[in-house]
Design a protein around this ligand. Structure first.
Ligand code: SR1
Ligand code: MG
Length: 414
């Protein structure tokens, strides 16, 4: 049966009961399965299938953008890339992503591990819940996938072949190229923003230096195939319990710049931080906001420490061969630090851009969207926009995380 058809809770059991990978995990009698559609993301159908033996997640791509409807068609092939990305992430950072049990290319469908009692991290951040080891996990995930997906580690021929495979994914990067890098900076059709932000938005859109800086980063995003990036690493792409986390949803994976994922991630923590005054009582606000800043600190520290460790023991690719630098008497550690400083600069600019697009472009985030008081929402979003602009324009000055966190505190107090 190769004819694609979107599933429904009613048709899923009948259509998938013959798939051994599901029957093994859920139970062989589909009449006993309970199926719920729980997708609340922007693109796909997501089902929880529960049976006597266990539970799995079934994720199926729709031929259009769910958030917008069938006026915006989107190729089903994104499931192919998501499956490939999950396989590579599992190799590059074992245990960091859900296990894939089954993939059906024709049905654009992936059956994977059901994570319980995990919750979407964005929800936890809005609800004021802490997660142990979060920064350490995320920093390592970013460092391992960045390093091991690049020619610092991979054989050049393998990496180039993989870049070729992912180059087939055109429609999904095009979403990021438009929604993240371009639309926020002009009056694009699908944009929306809080009305009281009009003057701030006008200033931002009049800033040629800022827009040129963003376009330079778009060039890097579109043209630098340094490593395989997750491509959409925000707090909605992470699921956590109180002590454990996993990264999900890599359908935006592509080969891109080393600093892209870590920059997007930090942006989402900064937005969680800046939106907190709307979600916490005064008694808990300071403590929880400082915890979020600690997570940013730990994420960046663990990213850089892990990257340096891999540089020392896993530099098996064509880049920066040890022999080359030993001959010249140069310190290889110093060279790694120089590369990391460049990655951090890029990450800070990507971070500022992500902060902008989540308040100006099509896809906003719940951190701000759930704020009912319009005046408070506008005030907090204005801080977010101003901080984003500073990061884009002054990325060179954020070589130390303490400086970055200090600036976040300053904007939070404005
Ligand atoms: C039309 S898709 C909008 C957004 O949803 C995804 O999660 C990505 O962040 C994308 O930019
Ligand atoms: Mg997603």
């Amino acid at each position: 049966n190769s004819q694609y058809e979107p599933l429904s809770p009613e048709t899923l059991a009948q259509r998938l009961s013959a798939v051994p990978a599901i029957a093994e995990r859920v139970g062989s009698d589909p009449a006993e399965w309970t199926v719920r559609e729980v997708g609340d993301g922007n693109l796909n159908l997501v089902f929880i299938v529960e049976g006597s033996r266990g539970t799995v997640i079934v994720k199926q791509a729709l031929p259009y953008v769910r958030l917008v409807g069938d006026s915006w068609p989107l190729p089903l092939y994104r499931a192919f890339f998501e499956n490939h990305a999950l396989v590579r992430q599992a190799q590059r950072d074992p245990g960091s992503v859900p296990e894939v049990y089954y993939f059906d290319n024709d049905q654009a469908l992936i059956v994977m591990e059901f994570l319980a009692p995990h919750k979407i991290l964005r929800r936890k951040l809005i609800d004021g819940e802490k997660v142990e080891g979060l920064g350490d996990f995320l920093g390592k995930f970013c460092a391992r996938t960045a390093f091991r997906g690049s020619e610092l580690s991979m054989k050049s021929a393998d990496k180039k072949k993989d870049v070729g495979t992912f180059a087939g994914n055109v429609a999904i990067p095009a979403i990021t190229e438009a929604l993240v890098f371009t639309d926020p900076y002009f009056d694009a059709e699908m944009n929306h923003h809080t009305a009281a932000l009009d003057p701030v938005v006008a200033d931002l859109r009049a800033d040629t230096r800022l827009k040129a800086r963003v376009q330079r980063m778009l060039m890097k995003f579109a043209s630098n195939t340094e490593t395989m990036v997750h491509g959409d690493l925000h707090s909605g792409s992470i699921m956590s319990t109180q002590t454990e986390s996993r990264v999900i949803d890599p359908e935006f994976a592509q080969y891109g710049p080393l600093g892209f994922d870590i920059g997007m991630l930090v942006a989402n923590f900064l937005m969680a931080y800046l939106s907190q005054p709307a979600h916490r009582t005064v008694e808990r606000l300071g403590d929880y906001q400082e915890w979020i800043l600690t997570v940013i600190d730990e994420t960046l520290a663990s990213f850089e420490a892990e990257f340096q460790m891999l540089w020392k023991i896993e530099r098996t690719g064509m880049l920066y061969p040890a022999a080359l630098f030993e001959d010249q008497g140069q310190s290889s550690e110093g060279i790694c630090l120089e590369l990391l400083a460049e990655v951090r600069r890029d990450a800070i600019v990507f971070c500022g851009i992500e902060m902008h697009r989540r308040t100006l472009s099509l896809a906003h985030n719940a951190d701000f969207e759930e704020i009912e008081d319009e005046a408070q929402k506008a005030r907090l979003e204005a801080r977010n926009l101003a901080m984003g602009a500073k990061l884009i324009l002054e990325a060179d000055t954020f070589g130390s995380t303490a400086t970055l966190l200090g600036i976040a505190r300053e904007f939070n107090a404005k």
